[in-house]
Design a protein around this ligand. Structure first.
Ligand code: NDP
Length: 339
């Protein structure tokens, strides 16, 4: 029986925002499996700010997607056909790094079977128990090194990574202050996720908000955004503050070089440790992160939201949700049913 795939391919490099025609939706037959391979069907495709980085040919942490190649991405999938001993049709897997497509053929050892944990929805494996959860956990715990009583500030706080960072900070006994782009997000942060305070940067003066909500200064700045927001945080860092540099989303669509932080001198004056990292740096320690996040999730200490867009055909147009701030929590595309 022949199976037809649907794939998004990169046709040209976006200039600024991703626009129609940058990617093309094509149909192709799926080839037969070889020994050791599985055919998986995507259930949830992860949409991430880094998709925009991969579409560009700027200097980056891995090779860009080449023009004409399938768009890179990952998510959760179901095994439909297997010629690999460890996996059977019906198994739910993390597809690892794959592509924006309905089907993928992978080596069996490249995908991880997901455990069926009672009470834990599949979407948790895109959020707290997925890549963004691991990004929050290792960035904060390993680089941020939060100590009880310290103040942790996180930007893009109501997003997939940021929402976890603030909640982990609370679990560590810290004061958690989030910066986000709407009143609804700020309410969610304080009323649902347990942040001590939230600042709506689109409406409030961020400097005044930080002064009000961080009376003892800032010990950890978990940086997701860069630009003006980061620059406003820097002079408020305490001596020996730590700064996990996770992302710089405010510049991913930039068409001109972006200025460096005006308050760069603060790294020196306040003895700050700044470390950029990519979540895959911690791959070998994922079991530790999964264990901790799974434990907190089962204890009801982590709240998470998933922003679900229906249909693979809507993937490129939905990416803008990350750059306009329409998403609350992890943005995913539901590509097919989970059975
Ligand atoms: P989010 O779910 O946080 O979505 C992105 C959010 O960023 C939006 O909802 C929006 O929220 C905010 N945002 C967008 N543009 C701007 C802007 N110009 N100024 C301020 N805020 C903006 O995405 P993720 O949690 O997946 O990613 C968050 C950050 O973490 C990104 O920078 C990403 O690249 C990075 N990241 C890094 C990883 C690593 O390994 N280092 C791994 C995963 C993510 P709002 O409404 O508040 O503006």
């Amino acid at each position: 029986m022949s199976v037809t795939n649907k794939i998004w391919k990169l046709r040209k490099r976006p200039v600024g925002d991703v626009s129609e025609g940058d990617l093309e939706f094509v149909e192709e037959p799926v080839r037969a499996l070889e020994d050791g391979e599985v055919r998986i069907r995507t259930v949830f495709l992860s949409l991430d700010p880094t998709n925009r980085i991969w579409m560009s040919d700027r200097d980056q942490y891995m090779p860009p997607v080449e023009i004409g190649d399938p768009m890179r991405g990952g998510g959760i999938a179901i095994v439909e056909e297997s010629r690999f001993d460890g996996l059977a049709p019906g198994d739910v897997v993390n597809s690892g790094l794959g592509q924006w497509s309905l089907y993928m053929i992978k080596r069996g050892e490249e995908v991880n079977k997901l455990p069926d944990i009672p009470g834990v929805p599949l979407t948790a494996f895109m959020g707290p128990l997925g890549m963004t959860g691991m990004t929050a956990y290792f960035g904060l715990m390993d680089i941020g090194k939060p100590k009880k009583g310290e103040t942790v500030v996180v930007s893009a706080a109501a997003g997939a990574v940021g929402s976890m960072v603030g909640q982990i900070a609370k679990i560590q006994g810290c004061r958690a202050v989030g910066i986000a782009g709407s009143d609804e997000k700020c309410r969610w942060l304080t009323e649902t996720a347990g942040f001590d305070a939230a600042i709506n940067y689109k409406k409030e003066d961020v400097a005044a908000g930080l002064d009000r909500h961080c009376p003892d200064g800032i010990d950890v700045n978990f940086e997701n955004v860069g630009g003006e927001i980061m620059d406003t945080i820097l002079p408020r860092l305490n001596d020996f503050a730590r700064m996990p540099l996770c992302g710089l989303i405010s510049s991913y669509n930039a068409t001109e070089p972006v200025p460096g932080p005006y308050n760069f001198a603060m790294f020196l004056m306040r003895h700050v440790t700044l470390k950029g990292y990519i979540v895959t740096d911690y791959m070998e320690r994922f079991p530790e992160g999964m264990q901790a996040m799974g434990q907190w999730l089962s204890e009801g200490k982590l709240r998470f939201e998933t922003d679900v867009v229906e249909g693979l055909e809507n993937a490129p147009a939905s990416l803008e949700r990350l750059f306009t701030g329409k998403n609350l929590g992890k943005l995913v595309v539901k590509v097919s049913e989970p059975e």
